[in-house]
Design a protein around this ligand. Structure first.
Ligand code: GDP
Length: 177
């Protein structure tokens, strides 16, 4: 197992168009940006963030959906992850169903019960176009046995709490090893 100084590898997953690139660019724009110039080319960004008064190094991997021909393969990204942000758009029910399929893929590669996953309902600013209710998101997360958060990359709402939440879960897991 890796020491506390090695970065946590967090994988962004979800159907195309749900806002993964938008979330990654908020992450890339954080203070102390080290390595994020190539975020769009490499789909990888490393960042040091403060969580609960302690620095955490996070490498963000943006996994392209398998329907997409560009970028790194989703299977490869799944295998490399310590934790997952499973993103759908609240305005797109098919992306919500896609998240369930991706949840199954993650479980196949990561049978461990304690692999942190956060189900992220993005675009919560688009209230009039909502197709997936908050309670459906919550219920789905309960079935998945994972945390749930609604975000808006456009409004920069709840993006950092999502990253902080995943780091908190990773630390809990690391500390109980
Ligand atoms: P990706 O394919 O998952 O990487 O999705 P993108 O990040 O490219 O976003 C797809 C489109 O949705 C773009 O036009 C974004 O500007 C838009 N978008 C992303 N996040 C949000 C959001 O939270 N709210 C709104 N209104 N639009 C968003």
């Amino acid at each position: 197992s890796r020491g506390s100084s090695s970065p946590f590898r967090v994988v962004l997953m979800g159907a195309s168009g749900v806002g993964k690139t938008a979330i990654a660019s908020i992450f890339a724009g954080a203070v102390d940006s080290m390595d994020c110039d190539e975020v769009y080319a490499d789909e990888v960004c490393e960042q040091t963030i403060m969580v609960d008064g302690e620095k955490a190094m996070v490498t963000l991997l943006d996994a392209w959906d398998s329907e997409d021909e560009l970028g790194c393969s989703q299977d490869q990204c799944i295998q490399e992850g310590d934790a997952y942000l499973l993103v759908y758009s609240i305005t797109d029910r098919s992306s919500f169903l896609r998240a369930s399929e991706l949840r199954i893929s993650i479980r196949q590669h990561r049978p461990a019960q304690h692999t942190p996953i956060i189900l992220v309902g993005n675009k919560c600013d688009l209230v009039r176009r909502r197709e997936v209710s908050i309670s459906e998101g919550r219920a789905c997360a309960a079935v998945f046995d994972c945390k749930f958060i609604e975000t808006s990359a456009a409004m920069q709402h709840n993006i950092w709490p999502a990253f902080h939440g995943i780091v908190q879960q990773l630390r809990l897991r690391r500390d109980t090893k």
